[in-house]
Design a protein around this ligand. Structure first.
Ligand code: IPE
Ligand code: MG
Length: 243
């Protein structure tokens, strides 16, 4: 298959945006310039996904473990989104994208949180693509937080043990209002999940590409979707003709 089937576009795509540092190194540039290019790319790939009819796109931008990088790099990664969102404020206001910050919220500066709160507020009624930016995100933390919320509901007598179902867990994750995850993409040749959306990807298709994140463009996205459309998704059952 070389053409996209517009009738079978994945509703929800998640991307582990990896390879910014190597992209910069290859060009003898500082890593921060790779992150800068990678940041712009989030906007471009989201636009491309929206044009193709994707409803929700989730980007892994900064993990709960990325705080362990050198301070200068962490400082850059924390300040870049603020500058970026301020620079594109007017476009975001006039655009169609609904933006949401996903992850822990207790380790950011006030400026970081205020900037995102403003962006979430001005985009909350947008009807175009939903863009989740996972920053200080880790699946262990997300699932642990969900367990704590459910345990506290149980302790308060609001739910019984029988109410604790996979659906209830799903509803308590940060992605509670997103469609099921159809396709997970990781760039830069690494074939790992790295504590990303562990619960959500139970039945997702996985796609790995050697392309570094700053080079991943609309053409690459289409390639990933065409590959996804060639998969036989059975969700644990078998094909009708074999039943
Ligand atoms: C991904 O690029 C961006 C973040 C994790 C913030 P990397 O910074 O991991 O780039 P490489 O893996 O060193 O090339
Ligand atoms: Mg990396």
């Amino acid at each position: 298959m070389t053409e996209i089937d517009m009738e079978r576009i994945p509703k929800h795509i998640a991307i582990i945006c990896d390879g910014n540092g190597r992209w910069a190194k290859k060009r003898l540039m500082p890593r921060s310039l790779g992150h800068r290019k990678g940041g712009f790319n989030i906007k471009d790939v989201s636009k491309a996904a929206e044009r193709l009819g994707v409803k929700c796109i989730t980007f892994f931008c900064f993990s709960t473990e990325n705080w362990n990088r050198p301070k200068a790099e962490v400082d850059y990664l924390m300040s870049a989104p603020i500058k970026f969102l301020k620079r594109f404020h007017k476009d975001i206001l006039n655009g169609t994208t609904q933006i949401r910050l996903i992850g822990r919220k207790d380790r950011f500066t006030k400026e970081f949180l205020d900037t995102f709160r403003d962006i979430e507020e001005i985009t909350k009624d947008k009807t175009g693509i939903r863009m989740n930016l996972c920053v200080d995100y880790g699946s262990y933390e997300e699932i642990t937080t969900a367990i704590k919320k459910i345990a506290s509901e149980y302790k308060d007598g609001n739910i019984t043990l029988d109410d604790i179902t996979p659906e209830l867990v799903t509803k308590n994750l940060y992605t509670y209002d997103c469609p099921p995850l159809d396709l997970l993409i990781r760039t830069s040749g690494e074939e790992r999940i790295s504590n990303f959306l562990l619960w959500q990807l139970a039945y997702s298709e996985l796609y790995f590409t050697d392309t570094l994140w700053p080079d991943f463009d609309e053409k690459e996205l289409k390639k990933a979707i065409i590959d996804y459309q060639s998969r036989d998704r059975r969700f644990g059952t078998i094909k009708d003709e074999n039943k």
